[in-house]
Design a protein around this ligand. Sequence first.
Ligand SMILES: CC(C)(COP(=O)(O)OP(=O)(O)OC[C@H]1O[C@@H](n2cnc3c(N)ncnc32)[C@H](O)[C@@H]1OP(=O)(O)O)[C@@H](O)C(=O)NCCC(=O)NCCS
Length: 211
Amino acid sequence: MDTKLTPILREMAIEDLEQVSLVEQEAFNTSWTTTTYIYNVNRYSTTHLGVIELPELPPYRHPRPERLQVLPPYDESLSIGAIVAYGSMWIRNGEGHISQLAVHPSHRGQRLGELMLVGLLAKAMACHARFSALEVRVSNVVAQALYMKYGYRRAEVLPKYYSDNHEDAYLMKTSTLNEKYWLAFRENVLKLAHSITFKDQFSGLRLDLLQ
Ligand SMILES: CC(C)(COP(=O)(O)OP(=O)(O)OC[C@H]1O[C@@H](n2cnc3c(N)ncnc32)[C@H](O)[C@@H]1OP(=O)(O)O)[C@@H](O)C(=O)NCCC(=O)NCCS
């Protein structure tokens, strides 16, 4: 990554939707709308939505912003940079369930997916979740490698879980998010902080100050 770029991990705001929607479209061929955002925030009071912003880059613009059903209209004067990754997680009954995670294709392989996951896991620990879980396509070996690095293991196969092509999912789970997990997690975060400089305004644990 360009060393002048400092990723900021922060809470998602409604003004980010246009760009989040673009990242999602590139990653999954679907698009976040205002409705999705409001649904997530209202349905699960414990949903955490995060983004990674590169403040030095201009924001991406959606080619069809009218599809986002944005209410109220975007405030153009808000100085947001490029949103290059986003993630979401709900916490219920001690489980930190990661429901979304994606990086814009032009910024993959630069540790931003790892940073987003680390932010969500740290948030889960800050909220005293007992473990974390997620579903992933059996064909998505890249995401599985990332998840395994952070202690997720295949717990179950969910047959025909995805409605678009009836692909199976793996349900992946971490072990208990206890002291032992934290030590291994911290080790990974220190390595991450060695390879990229970032600001953490999301997790509540200030991972950028860990060392
Ligand atoms: C999965 C995804 C989030 C990874 O983000 P990324 O920023 O490209 O990945 P990072 O640079 O942070 O890499 C972190 C780890 O991911 C894994 N990884 C990343 N790219 C990989 C590749 N090309 N092949 C294998 N593993 C890879 C590795 O474990 C890597 O850690 P390591 O280098 O120490 O081995 C990204 O590829 C993406 O957005 N994919 C499309 C959406 C998606 O599949 N989301 C997950 C849905 S469950």
